[in-house]
Design a protein around this ligand. Structure first.
Ligand code: PLP
Length: 361
């Protein structure tokens, strides 16, 4: 293709897309991988065997069940859902965020979230050409409830995303404050419970209290990040509208079969989560014994720390040299200055991490 033709074609791309940089994923092979909130345990053998046995009866030549009924039925039972609460599946919760923003992207519609939080709320709003409002958290990462209320009243966002617990800060927001936001909002409020496996908090009761609440969850952080399966819970009437722009057959047969097996053996994943919670609490304790950094409370499978003396970027690079991959949050938001995010691994990995951090002073 000639250079000028290429330029001409690129000029067709929307300006706001050209200004974006692509989602960056660190090269990870050979590293102790503590950067992406993955579960350190692979699929339990029992589930693997059940899945392989199931595959014998799968028709790979046919399109998958468009409603993913097997996983839908199992989840409804497990979560004790009853009418009018329904489930909608996405190829990861990222796809659900995309469906929601697309569905609500009327002219002048706005999406609101807090900052720092999960970057996809803002990114997907940009992809869809919808105005995004980010309200800064307090320095201790709690909600700035006055600022939020002001923005909600002023801007009337059609969609509010709140991650509970929040990523990348790890903390839970106060339940009472979430309720205040939900009550004040004339739009939908999505409570993103990606880390539900690692906290006692449960947003499901909000569904029966408030018609404008949706709860989003994912299989990713509990051991099945490779599957790409997220789901949205909410009132049938609202989900029915969102479902219209779900691409047909978005959940492939391999995912549907494996997720059904995983739900049949859910206790095994609960055991893994329990071990991760223990390891997190252990790691929190051990990190807090070191005065070189501030440790933020966490209800997730990661811990955010702030260096007091040394530079987070240097620490990140030195850990990388030692073969440990974590996430450098410095520069992502002013409230995250000099912060690193550490995903909880297995005990052995966490011990290596602790001694590597100790050696940084
Ligand atoms: C990881 C994460 C997700 C993404 O989930 P997928 O199902 O893997 O797309 C969503 N929300 C939050 C807050 C997350 O941290």
């Amino acid at each position: 293709m000639s250079n000028s033709k290429e330029k001409q074609i690129i000029s067709l791309i929307r300006d706001e897309i050209k200004e974006l940089s692509a989602y960056h994923v660190q090269e990870a092979s050979g590293f102790i991988k503590l950067d992406a909130m993955e579960n350190p345990y692979n699929l339990p053998d029992e589930v693997k065997r059940a899945w392989i046995a199931e595959l014998d009866s799968v028709f790979f030549n046919r399109y998958p069940d468009p409603k993913a009924s097997k996983i839908s039925e199992r989840l409804k039972k497990q979560l004790a859902l009853s009418d009018p609460i329904e489930i909608l599946f996405g190829n990861g919760s990222d796809e659900i965020i995309q469906m929601l923003v697309m569905a609500l992207a009327k002219k002048n519609a706005k999406v609101l979230s807090v900052e720092p939080s999960f970057v996809m709320y803002k990114m997907i709003s940009k992809f869809c050409g919808v105005d995004y409002i980010g309200v800064d958290l307090n320095p201790d990462f709690s909600l700035n409830i006055q600022a939020l209320k002001k923005q909600i009243v002023q801007e009337q966002p059609a969609l509010i995303f709140l991650a509970q617990p929040n990523n990348p800060t790890g903390n839970l927001f106060y339940h009472q404050e979430l309720c205040e936001i939900i009550e004040l909002s004339t739009g939908l409020v999505v409570i993103d419970e990606a880390y539900t496996a690692f906290t006692e908090y449960d947003a499901l009761p909000l569904l029966s209290l408030y018609p404008n609440v949706l709860v989003m969850r994912t299989f990713s952080k509990t051991g099945l990040a490779g599957l790409r399966l997220g789901y949205l819970l909410g009132n049938k009437s609202v989900l029915g509208e969102i479902d219209k722009l779900r691409l047909p057959y978005n959940i492939n047969v391999l995912t549907q079969t494996l997720a059904a097996c995983a739900l049949d053996h859910y206790h095994l994943f609960l055991e893994q989560s329990k071990k991760i919670i223990e390891a997190r609490n252990n790691l929190l304790q051990r990190l807090s014994e070191n005065n070189d950094y501030e440790v933020f409370p966490s209800e997730a499978n990661f811990i955010t720390i702030r260096f007091k003396k040394i530079n987070a970027k240097d620490a990140f690079l030195k850990l990388k040299e030692k073969g440990i991959l974590i996430k450098n949050l410095d520069g992502a938001h002013p409230l995250l200055s000099n912060c690193l995010r550490l995903t909880v691994g297995i005990e052995k990995e966490n011990t290596v991490l602790i001694s590597a951090l100790e050696s940084l002073r």
